[in-house]
Write a protein that binds this ligand. Structure first.
Ligand code: NDP
Length: 235
């Protein structure tokens, strides 16, 4: 059955791969962007900065008018602003949390009303292996990504009886603009630590997300699903 899907930050990277995977299986797919537009004609683009609650509300309203109520929310948009704890400003901490964690909350809250009314919904939060594993220089990012676990599990307890699931996908190292910025020596070190011995492609995250949104995953909720080649095992 075709669903209406909204992927935040779906104009590039992991978000774009997720959006295209849903479109390929016949869903109606909207993506947010921050002014770049969307290069894929199968996707309905809406401009939205998820740090702005009014912009989130307007984006959902636009998607509802064009494609119908959002049945599957993929909260994917995220940023990093790395530096060591002792150098990290409060602004660096709060801006990353405001985007990655509060931004996901804004979208989930806006999506929930319609999902409750429909008595069906899927929320998928794109976290990171770093959320539970920790990472030097990423106190802000790790805190925001760990917070998504509490969000998904609390939504599961609040809305689970309404046929709404909320899950977390925790990618390891995926080849996108975000990891392209890493120095080559750091990448080589990371590859050594990953049991799979390689980074993943965005499509390998997308496959897990489309599965979670489908009918066969209806009894999976509050889960944290790693897509990390074994890097975070045990966390
Ligand atoms: P990219 O940096 O390639 O893309 C980030 C996306 O988020 C862009 O679409 C960007 O929009 C959007 N975005 C950022 N801030 C905002 C905002 N305030 N409002 C709306 N959209 C925003 O990242 P990836 O594709 O690599 O990452 C996607 C998600 O996966 C992120 O949450 C990231 O933390 C997570 N992740 C990535 C990993 C990796 O190895 N790449 C590993 C683990 C998790 P714009 O184009 O306008 O900047």
């Amino acid at each position: 059955m075709a669903r209406t899907v909204l992927v935040t930050g779906g104009n590039r990277g992991i978000g774009l791969a997720i959006a295209q995977a849903f479109a390929k299986q016949g869903d109606r797919v909207a993506v947010t962007h921050r002014g770049s537009g969307v290069g894929d004609g199968d996707l309905f683009g809406v401009q939205c900065d998820i740090t702005d609650a009014a912009a989130v509300d307007a984006a959902f309203t636009a998607v509802e008018a064009e494609l119908g109520p959002v049945e599957v929310l993929v909260a994917n948009a995220g940023i990093t602003d790395d530096t060591l704890l002792m150098r990290m400003s409060e602004e660096q901490f709060s801006s990353v949390v405001d985007t990655n964690l509060t931004g996901a909350f804004r979208c989930a809250k806006r999506a929930a009303t319609k999902m409750v009314r429909a008595r069906w919904g899927r929320m998928i939060f794109i976290s990171s292996v770093v959320g539970l594993y920790g990472s030097p220089g990423q106190v802000n990012y790790a805190a925001s990504k760990a917070g998504l676990v509490g969000v998904a599990r609390s939504i599961t307890r609040e809305l689970g009886s309404r046929n709404i699931t909320a899950n977390v996908v925790a990618p390891g190292f995926i080849e996108t603009d975000m990891t392209a910025a890493l120095p080559d020596e750091r990448k080589a070190e990371y590859r050594k630590a990953i049991p799979a011995g390689r980074f993943a492609t965005p499509d390998e995250v997308a496959g897990v997300v489309t599965w979670l949104a489908g009918d066969t995953a209806g009894y999976v909720s509050g889960a944290v699903i790693p897509v990390d080649g074994g890097l975070g095992m045990g966390h």
